[in-house]
Design a protein around this ligand. Sequence first.
Ligand SMILES: [Zn+2]
Length: 88
Amino acid sequence: MTDNVSDLVLDGNVAALLLQRIFSRDITLAKIRCDSCDCVSGVGSLALHAAPMGAVLKCADCESDLMRAVDTPRGLWLEMTGARYLRF
Ligand SMILES: [Zn+2]
């Protein structure tokens, strides 16, 4: 039994509405914070490096990889290990 609301654990389907609101927006208008240098940039202003493994968006200040998108036969992948967050 839970003691308060913070102990309540539900499955990920409950977050569907919130996540759909986030991912339906124009990604180019989002702000992204670099985990390496802490700068904030507009996603639409990042430099795109086309690579065999997909599209890599790099930080404008330190050139760390912020986002990597790859379309494969097994699905569309988005990696954001170099970013702290996206803000819409
Ligand atoms: Zn950076």
